[in-house]
Design a protein around this ligand. Structure first.
Ligand SMILES: *Cc1c(COP(=O)(O)O)cnc(C)c1O
Length: 422
């Protein structure tokens, strides 16, 4: 069994044997046609395209797609075709991947604050990357050295973003401890970076799945303090990722509220007149792109043994108790629901996902389940451990299990708690 992975073009045909698998409406249609006994990834290019257009149109600045959330070449092409022109890469492999998938037109930004010198050199001199992030004087020195011209002259076209440490208290996944310069140490680093940068930026990350727009307000207040203390001219404010998707038990405010609150807070910062506002959504652009069909191989009480797990697309379900939406695909199961946990296919006790996942009480071995919202940090997390992690992917045309972008999430009552922040 193999996956056909053509690079670049918008319309992809997944081919499995001689079957054309690009024609199915939804998961039940796939199950009826091929009764797969390995997990099948479902792609929803139209949902990802809609998310891309939403950010490209509504975010009051530039949106960089954070490639690590889902580096699928097909997804990159969909985002590019729908208005995402900038990509946030975090390794030289991601830089090469985007160049291979989309060519030389997209603007690539290398936003990992700790990079090998060789990676900076290749990104700048071979792939045309001009934007880098940093959170230390050591990294600044590496960037300056690795981007010198043949004549030894320092590069005059660098956009350098200083990563500020901010709180993750409003997010489901913290990104607060690893990267970012503390506010108390930020002024000298901002001043030193200003000396060598053509454009100076400040970036941060509030943590993934930020459940309230207030997370960004609080972070932007710290940005304000950093700018005031350093007394430097700032050209780019980059509010990073963290834009949420919708999962069971995690129903964030509409995305419009996040954009409005960020816009207002950023407008009031003491930055240069021509400054730009950037964001780096990973999850919000990719979560709706994938779901997965899995099969129940054994039932033990309320524990279901399924053929995907902690070493596959359900990494977050196992390691941070993420609750993905589930749907039983078997016709004829009863109405009564029960809460289940999952075991994955490997021989490891840790291959366990507590859930709870609500499924029909009479679900049985052999039944198929669709697990939704796996486009962000799901499909991208699959390993080959224990011989699993292979399989096919198929495009489908139905709606994702939940969406920020289908026009149903503009209920003003949901935004009552955020309109009066300033
Ligand atoms: C992971 C990451 C992102 C994307 O974060 P999401 O929470 O998926 O939006 C953006 N920027 C940086 C620097 C990251 O490391």
């Amino acid at each position: 069994m193999g996956t056909s992975k053509p690079q670049g073009g918008l319309v992809q045909r997944s081919v499995w044997g001689s079957l054309d698998l690009s024609i199915y409406l939804d998961a039940p249609a796939v199950v009826r046609a091929i009764a797969p006994n390995e997990p099948v990834i479902l792609n929803r290019p139209q949902a990802a395209g809609r998310a891309a257009r939403f950010f490209a149109t509504n975010f009051p600045g530039k949106s960089l797609y954070a490639v690590k959330a889902n580096p699928s070449a097909d997804l990159l092409a969909v985002l590019w075709d729908n208005g995402i022109t900038h990509f946030d890469t975090a390794s030289i492999a991601e830089v090469r991947l985007v160049r291979e998938a989309l060519g030389s037109d997209p603007t690539l930004c290398f936003m990992h604050p700790v990079k090998p010198v060789a990676a900076i050199h290749e990104a700048y001199h071979i792939h045309g990357v001009r934007t880098f992030s940093l959170d230390s004087h050591e990294e600044l020195t590496k960037i300056v050295e690795a981007t010198r011209g043949r004549d030894g002259e320092p590069a005059a076209d660098l956009s350098l973003c200083v990563r500020l440490r901010v709180s993750s208290e409003y997010s489901e996944l913290s990104l607060a401890s690893k990267f970012g310069v503390d506010l108390v140490d930020a002024a000298p680093l901002l001043q030193a970076t200003r000396q060598v940068a053509d454009c100076l930026g400040i970036c941060f990350h509030v943590g993934s799945q930020a459940m309230t727009p207030f997370a960004y307000v609080q972070a932007l207040e710290r940005v304000r303090a950093a700018i005031v203390q350093a007394a430097v001219t700032v050209d780019i404010i980059d509010v990073g990722g963290g834009f949420p998707s919708i999962y069971p038990g995690m129903e964030p405010a509409p995305m419009e509220d996040y954009f409005a609150v960020i816009h207002r807070a950023a407008e009031s910062l003491p930055v240069s007149y021509s400054s730009e506002l950037w964001c780096e959504p990973g999850r919000a652009l990719s979560a709706e792109y994938n779901s997965m069909i899995v099969q129940v191989e054994k039932r033990r009480g309320t524990e279901l043994f399924i053929n995907e797990g902690a070493y596959g697309a359900l990494y977050d379900a196992a390691h941070v108790d993420w609750r993905f939406p589930v749907k039983c695909l078997e016709a004829g199961r009863g109405e009564a629901m029960e809460e289940f946990s999952f075991y994955g296919p490997t021989c490891d006790d840790a291959d366990f996902m507590e859930g709870p996942f609500r499924l029909p009480a009479d679900i049985q071995p052999g039944d198929y389940i669709e697990i939704g919202m796996l486009g962000a940090y799901g499909a991208a997390m699959r390993t080959r451990f224990n011989g699993f992690g292979t399989g096919i992917d198929i495009d489908v045309r139905d709606e994702p299990m939940s969406s920020h972008y289908n026009g149903t999430r503009r209920d003003p009552r949901q935004s009552d708690n955020v309109v009066s922040l300033r």
